[in-house]
Ligand binder design. Structure first.
Ligand SMILES: Cc1ncc(COP(=O)(O)O)c(C=O)c1O
Length: 393
């Protein structure tokens, strides 16, 4: 199956994820379910360690394979992809290559950011960076007009999340990119809460940078991520956060100079997280074989059904209803999120909670039965846990 319009056999694919036999797994926004093939990849790594010892060439090849697969996923070139240890590592490498001085000293971030995409920019304040936060409107969403007020001629970078980890809201990226371009600013997209769950084309979105990781919708593991850097920006960006795997010639072993790679590998550092590369490669291959357009259609159908059913039981989610304004997490406000999550857990329903909301995150391996199990449990728990005072729609 490739990225065509053909419908994958989702019920057959579901059988590749053993946890789904035991749990209603709605926690892909934290960690994706483990596929048999990803487990086998981890085992292959261990097997080679036992039987071959250190298979250095294969390890490096695995890292390159992950780079190429990420490039395919994002519709970018492998030369534009750095394979990183985390989103945080990629952002730190990028930040280290930027200079914050007049007239372009400002980084604009939003109130929807995951902490790392705020803390790392605030960490640049001693280097001259000025950080501007774009606030939510009274309905809890961040409209384009709020970005328009914040982005100006001082803005060097607009660093924004694609989908908010707390409430599932999706920002208007094309609109924000237009605003940034009009003022000569660049855009960094933190797509960790969207990549793999919806189709992402960094060229069509026209972002300058994008960062994400493998443990959520990409079916891989923690400890490995990526940074996309548009090719035309690479020559002028020289990270001060570096290492031997960031050099033009990894084998040069030259201790007299820093000679960064001509491509996005200059944003890497040391020895790749080899075991994680095995898992990430297997996860990415699985995902690409299913096809992100089909996954996106499936995920929007499941989440829409879930939100409609929540309305019917009188406990609506706060996640915006329109597809343009949301990802694949459904956030439901509760007066006791921890208690609600624990009660759901007792019913074998795996969720998470953030900021006063229980999060149900869907992926292609979920089905309508999962939606109904969640709804039945929520209906039973409604009177003890409901909170209808929060807003975002
Ligand atoms: C939107 C978003 N960005 C960044 C991160 C953190 O990424 P990392 O731990 O790889 O730095 C997360 C983790 O949940 C996230 O949801």
């Amino acid at each position: 199956m490739n990225n065509s319009q053909a419908q994958p056999n989702f019920e057959a694919l579901r059988r590749e994820f053993p946890v789904l036999e035991r749990k209603t797994y709605l926690n892909s926004g934290s960690y994706g379910a483990l596929a048999n093939g990803v487990r086998a990849a981890f085992e292959a790594y261990l097997e080679e360690r036992l039987l071959v010892g250190a298979n250095w060439d294969l390890w490096v090849a695995k890292n390159e394979s992950v780079r190429a697969l990420i490039a395919t996923l994002l519709h970018a070139s492998p030369d534009e992809i750095a394979v990183t240890a985390s989103v945080s590592a990629g952002l730190n490498a990028l930040a280290s290559a930027l200079h914050f001085s007049a007239p372009r000293d400002t980084v604009v971030i939003s109130d929807f950011e995951f902490p790392t995409n705020a803390q790392i920019w605030h960490a640049q304040e001693p280097r001259g960076a000025r950080i501007v936060h774009v606030p939510c409107a009274s309905d809890g969403y961040i409209p384009l007009e709020n970005f328009a007020k914040a982005i100006d001629e001082r803005t060097q970078l607009v660093a924004i999340t694609h989908v908010c980890f707390r409430n599932g809201a999706k920002l208007d990226i094309p609109g924000i990119v237009r605003l940034a371009r009009a003022k000569g600013a660049k855009v960094l997209l933190d797509c960790y809460q969207s990549v793999g769950s919806i189709d992402i084309d960094v060229k069509a979105l026209d972002v300058d940078f994008a960062a994400g990781g493998m443990v959520k919708y990409l079916l891989g593991t923690a400890g490995i991520g990526f940074l996309y850097v548009r090719d035309s920006h690479i020559p002028s960006l020289v990270p001060t956060s570096s290492g031997w795997f960031a050099q033009a010639d990894i084998g040069a072993m030259d201790i007299t100079a820093n000679r960064p790679a001509p491509n996005a590998r200059r944003f890497e550092a040391g020895t790749p997280a080899v075991a994680n590369c095995y898992a990430a490669e297997a996860g990415l291959k699985f995902l690409l074989a299913v096809g992100t357009p089909a996954i996106e259609r499936r995920n929007y159908a499941l989440t829409q059904r879930c939100m409609q059913r929540l309305e019917e039981i009188g406990w609506p989610s706060i996640t915006p209803m329109q597809n343009e304004r949301r990802g694949v997490t459904v956030a439901v406000p509760s007066r006791d999120c921890g208690g609600l999550m624990a009660e759901l857990g007792r019913r074998n329903i795996v969720t998470s909670h953030r900021d006063g909301n229980v999060r149900a995150s869907f992926h292609f391996y979920n089905n309508d039965d999962d939606v109904e199990s969640f709804i039945a449990a929520m209906q039973a728990l409604r009177d003890s846990f409901v909170n209808l005072t929060q807003s975002l729609r």
